[in-house]
Design a protein around this ligand. Structure first.
Ligand code: SF4
Ligand code: SF4
Length: 93
């Protein structure tokens, strides 16, 4: 799997925010951090993000797999990811 570039362009393409697995409670908790990412996506491996899970780490909040939007995402196609559920599995499954 290619390393997905942590860019603002990819962040805007990410469909995680529209996903049924991304619960309302998790979105509320993640909002401040995700807004900061829109200002600076910061390519630092120590950074945790609650979005674009294929480029960062898995979620610290999403626990239930209720459907995944990744296969319809431009980032998925452009980076030939071939896996889904990056939020619940490191590197996807
Ligand atoms: S990785 Fe897939 S399942 Fe997880 S939030 Fe993103 S689109 Fe939803
Ligand atoms: S492939 Fe999935 S995790 Fe990655 S940017 Fe797209 S929707 Fe988000």
């Amino acid at each position: 799997m290619k390393k997905v570039p942590r860019t603002k362009e990819n962040l805007m393409k990410c469909l995680c925010k529209n996903c049924p697995s991304y619960t309302f409670a998790c979105k509320l908790m993640a909002t401040p951090g995700n807004i900061i990412l829109l200002i600076d996506t910061m390519d630092d491996d120590r950074l945790h993000a609650e979005t674009m899970f294929c480029a960062y780490n898995k979620s610290q909040c999403i626990t239930e797999e209720k459907g995944c939007e990744c296969s319809g995402c431009k980032v998925y196609r452009e980076n030939e990811l071939g896996k889904t559920y990056f939020c619940t599995n490191a590197g996807g499954k």
